[in-house]
Design a protein around this ligand. Sequence first.
Ligand code: MRU
Length: 345
Amino acid sequence: MTSSTTAAFLQPVRLSPDGSTLLLLDQRALPGRELWLVLNTIEAVAQAIESLAVRGAPAIGCTAALGLAVACRGFPVERGGFAAACELAIARLARTRPTAVNLFHALQHMRAALASAGEDRPATLRAAAEAYVAGELEACLRIGEYGAPLLPEGTILTHCNTGALATAGFGTALGVIRRAHALGKAIRVLADETRPVLQGARLTAWELQRDGIPVEVIADNMAGALMSRGEIQAAIVGADRITRRGDVANKIGTYTVAVLCHHHRLPFYVAAPWSTIDLAMLAGAEIPIEQRDPDEVHFHGGTRMTPIGVGARNPAFDVTPAELVTAIITDRGVFTPAELARAAG
Ligand code: MRU
């Protein structure tokens, strides 16, 4: 079911006022149409995550938490039946996308809430999900505060979409850009188009234009030439999972940006909430990388771009080694990868 509404303040993942449905701004339709999905089953929520109607690591976690809070209103009332239905729902949501660790943090948060719930279990899960989302929004605002002073004036390159759409609101890397702009820094943004799904061209450009922040879109293969001409001063990206040693999984193409920054001696910043750091993992090679449908590469705007019979590869993420990361901006402060490794223990 869908309905058309425009929120004054962009909260792309939220509950209806009575808590009976999950409202998602359908990111597949942007920038052409602002279409809201109205969901109330685990299967519908899982499919929204898989189909990229909602995407971005923190937003996926928030969607899973709120989706469970909504769907559990239809679960059996009796304690054992309720708990069993919750476990099935958590297992389905955990199978949607493997790379963003935020999803698993959110599900763990909900499981812990369930364990301590009294008689009104749906109310407990709703409160837990809303607290999770509020915490994620607060984390973005903190990231913006910590990160804004680091950005130089001039042109900032970003990759994929890390804004309000990808989070509980405000954004991570885009939140840093938003805050720097609000503080009066003279910043222009170059948004990598981010093939094959075009999160940069469609979503980052849409968000920044909405906020009046100067933005231009470039094809993913243009950044090197622009850097070589001195036209880019820094890059900032988000993350789907960061290991204890500071290796960063993010949207495919991020590694290329980091290598280019290294070659051109430009700062390469990663902005992410603490919930994106996977303390259980040391090396980036351990991070599961989602392989998506090759048709996302074969087709563009409904037209096939490749000869029938030719294959395509579609890893959704790559891993940037810690050595290429200047600093990681979190809601707990700014860390070099070495400092992060010490803080993570
Ligand atoms: O496949 P996506 O669009 O979910 O990938 C999103 C990214 O790679 C983002 O950069 C990352 O999740 C950080 S969002 C604040």
